[in-house]
Design a protein around this ligand. Structure first.
Ligand SMILES: C[S@@+](CC[C@H](N)C(=O)[O-])C[C@H]1O[C@@H](n2cnc3c(N)ncnc32)[C@H](O)[C@@H]1O
Length: 254
């Protein structure tokens, strides 16, 4: 299971293989009984659903379930597309890169904090009388826009080009928050009262070390969902939302 957590692609391949085995068994039973075209479409549906179910059973994150569901359809479309121009694939690749460049590089996909989490962060800042807030890897900037104002100064740091551009525009239009196109590892967090991150397990140890090196005593690193391995959080907030969001709070000591 640790291997699957580190390399979820292995789980995704296992899921497709298991689904493929189920499909072969069903095709053997129904070959000659059901019309060939119907068998093809039914088989495709079975492959998709079975792969998604196995992915779920393996405990992979929810976006892998969607990948398990969609991959057989994409493959079937690709194999049956006949002569197609190459440019749509190139354009799709560039578009995906502009949104998800950090998924391959940092192993951090794009998913967004929900409004309950943003509200919890507002009350955390109020409780502590905190003024300065940074979201490292700010995505579309929703948290930054919610946190900025009422005496609070919120900033987002984002490097995926299109995600940064959209969040910059939304921030300018709403006149809330400041978004920088920057790598989180180069961001100056020395003056922040609260630094928030919703990334993945992968960068958490290095992020914690960065926070310890740079943040002032009494300030907080808050990680959504991903604890720092081998470091006990000072507090864990469990939110009553659908995701059962957990916020891990690490206070910087002197
Ligand atoms: C899971 S999303 C969270 C978005 C936002 N913080 C929220 O909670 O709604 C993580 C974001 O971090 C960005 N990211 C990952 N690694 C980064 C890096 N090294 N520098 C800047 N941004 C990064 C990704 O592009 C993505 O937008």
């Amino acid at each position: 299971m640790t291997a699957l957590r580190s390399y979820p692609i292995i789980g995704a391949v296992i899921a497709q293989l298991v689904a493929g085995a189920v499909l072969i068994a069903i095709r053997l039973v129904f070959a000659g009984v059901i019309d060939a075209a119907l068998l093809f479409w039914a088989g495709l549906a079975i492959q998709c659903v079975a792969a998604a179910m196995v992915t779920r059973m393996l405990g992979l994150p929810v976006w892998w379930v969607w990948i398990g569901l969609g991959f057989p359809v994409a493959l079937a479309l690709g194999l049956n597309a006949g002569e197609m121009p190459a440019w749509p694939f190139g354009a799709a690749f560039v578009l995906l890169y502009l949104f998800f460049s950090n998924t391959a590089r940092e192993r951090v996909p794009l998913y967004l904090s929900n409004s309950q989490t943003a509200e919890a962060l507002v009350s955390l800042m109020r409780q502590r009388g905190a003024i300065r807030f940074t979201d490292l890897g700010s995505g579309l900037g929703g948290v930054v826009r919610r946190l900025d104002g009422d005496g609070r100064v919120a900033r987002g740091v984002e490097s995926a080009p299109m995600v940064w551009l959209i969040s910059l525009l939304l921030s300018k239009i709403s006149a809330r928050g400041r978004i920088s196109r920057q790598d989180i590892w180069a961001a100056d967090i020395a003056g922040e009262d609260i630094v928030y991150a919703f990334l993945s397990p992968e960068p958490m140890p290095a992020l914690y070390q960065k926070a310890r090196r740079e943040m002032k005593p009494g300030s907080l690193l808050v990680s959504n969902s991903f604890a720092v391995a081998d470091v006990a959080a000072d507090e864990v907030w469990e939110l009553p939302d659908r995701r059962n969001t957990r916020l891990f709070l690490y206070e910087m000591k002197g």
